[in-house]
Ligand binder design. Structure first.
Ligand SMILES: [Zn+2]
Length: 223
């Protein structure tokens, strides 16, 4: 049993590679993490996803200033955790119910974010994200300011867009965070198509979204 990969690391690698294969992590962008007892495990910076293994992941604490390893023996002298570790740490601190975080630069949602636009509730599947997806203001990647924006964007939501940057999706499990990231990209494509066609769909109201969220919970899609 000693060679078994502990604490969901194998699933993390699988999900990161699957997001990359689906085109949601262009040019080594994005990162994925899961909560652990004392912090979280996160993908490394700048590693091609196809080369990712459970042992190339980094485990960090949830504190304000995690003890960042300068180098990771046996992997690469330049290996470092994702530059967005602050954002992940801040989200885990702010939301105890979050068990996993997926950050992407998925093309369609990022296009919307570059225009400073969020996703309105035009399709019932947005209930996976908890309702309308906000677009939060721009801040430099890796900064504490960006981490603050991400935390605010996730208030009562499981996804937020980050202006001129990308997407954050969260969930109690990695399975859910993964599904939210895929759905946000799908909905962003539909919303861009509607805008390009000059069409204005009818939006769903809060009561209907609450009904859908309840049904999703019944099907186990949210937990
Ligand atoms: Zn990013």
């Amino acid at each position: 049993m000693s060679n078994q990969v502990p604490n969901g690391r194998a699933e993390l690698v699988e999900v990161a590679q699957s997001l990359d294969a689906a085109g949601l992590m262009p040019n080594k962008s994005g990162n994925v993490s899961i909560r652990t007892a004392g912090g979280f495990v996160i993908t490394p910076a700048g590693t091609p996803y196809r080369d990712l293994t459970a042992s190339s992941l980094f485990e960090l604490g949830n504190g304000d200033t995690p003890d960042l390893p300068e180098r990771k023996p046996g992997v690469s002298p330049f290996a470092r955790p994702s530059s967005e570790w602050r954002m992940h740490a801040a989200i885990y601190r702010a939301y105890p119910s979050v068990g996993a975080i997926v950050h992407t630069h998925s093309p369609q949602a990022t296009a919307l974010a570059c225009a400073g636009l969020g996703l309105p509730p035009f399709h019932y599947m947005i209930a996976l994200a908890g309702g309308e997806v906000r677009c939060m203001p721009y801040a430099t990647f890796g900064s504490a300011e960006l981490a603050d924006h991400a935390v605010r964007g996730l208030e009562e939501r499981r996804a937020t867009l980050l202006a001129n940057h990308g997407v954050i999706a969260v969930g109690p499990t990695l399975r859910v965070a993964h599904a939210v990231a895929l759905e946000v990209e799908n909905l962003a494509g539909q919303w861009l198509a509607l805008r390009a066609a000059g069409l204005q769909p009818q939006l769903l109201d809060t009561e209907e979204l609450a009904r859908v969220i309840e049904q999703f919970a019944g099907y186990g899609r949210l937990g």
